[in-house]
Ligand binder design. Structure first.
Ligand code: SF4
Ligand code: FES
Length: 251
């Protein structure tokens, strides 16, 4: 396959960026999109040009490090798929691919297609610790968890913190991310001690980082590679309301 790539190049956070066009020749349909970029980078290095910077780690859809806006859609729009899990057979010979970094104020561009997602780390940190009894591993049945609660917690815990939800939202809201992180602990007995304090602190940090409010557009759910449901945003709102009424706000 032969493709035309339009790629966002930006030297650093302070420099102006621009779209640059490249030709990618003899692309194997079995390559992943990131492998295709590896090959393009090898060619650039051979020519003495600076390679295109992009984030990646596991390349297995589990770490959340990768993330590109592909043809205007975060993670490319293939449904439940991370950028690293897209294969070139999804495209046709002669296609043009436009690759951009996440576009959201709290994700400043570091270089080219890489953005700084430390804002997400700070939101996680603001959630604080989980109180559990230290010591030996407890017996598997010592703390029963109802099946539906366990499943809901696991669904929320599937969030890999990639940031696509915020990048896709017109308000740059990261509510789906916060909702997943708050809900997975709120649904388990182990998460109860700090439940409401955690919700308040994570939402406050989300707002301090400059992420916007949710206005129920559902773009987040549409692009989420882990198909985190917006029902968790509804749960987050309930957690926040209860927290505000129970005095956790004063802790
Ligand atoms: S909710 Fe989905 S899109 Fe948002 S950070 Fe988690 S995995 Fe990524
Ligand atoms: S590189 Fe880990 S999810 Fe894509």
């Amino acid at each position: 396959m032969n493709l035309t790539l339009r790629i966002w190049r930006q030297k650093d956070a302070k420099s102006e960026g621009r779209m640059v066009e490249y030709k990618a020749a003899n692309v194997s349909p079995d390559m992943s999109l990131l492998e295709m970029l590896d090959v393009v980078n090898e060619e650039l290095i051979k020519k003495g040009e600076s390679p295109i910077a992009f984030d990646h780690d596991c390349r297995e859809g589990i770490c959340g490090a990768c993330g590109l806006v592909i043809n205007g859609v975060a993670h490319g729009g293939f449904g439940g798929t991370t950028t690293c899990q897209i294969h070139m057979r999804k495209y046709k010979d002669g296609d043009t691919l436009t690759l951009e970094p996440w576009r959201a104020g709290p994700f400043p561009v570091i270089r080219d297609l890489t953005v700084d997602r430390n804002s997400f780390d700070r939101i996680i940190q603001s959630g604080g610790f989980v109180s559990v009894n230290a010591g030996g591993a407890p017996d598997g049945n010592a703390l029963p968890v109802p099946k539906e609660k366990a499943e809901s917690a696991m669904d929320a815990a599937a969030c890999i913190g990639c940031g696509a939800c915020a990048a896709a939202c017109k308000n740059a809201s990261a509510m789906l991310f916060v909702a997943a992180k708050v809900s997975h602990l709120a649904n388990l007995p182990q998460g109860q001690a700090e439940r409401y304090r955690r919700a308040l602190r994570m939402i406050s940090q989300h707002d301090r980082e400059g992420f916007g409010n949710c206005t129920n557009q559902y773009e987040c759910e549409a692009v989420c590679p882990k198909k985190i449901s917006v029902k968790f945003i509804a749960q987050l709102n309930r957690e926040y309301m209860r927290a505000s009424l129970t005095g956790a706000a004063r802790e």
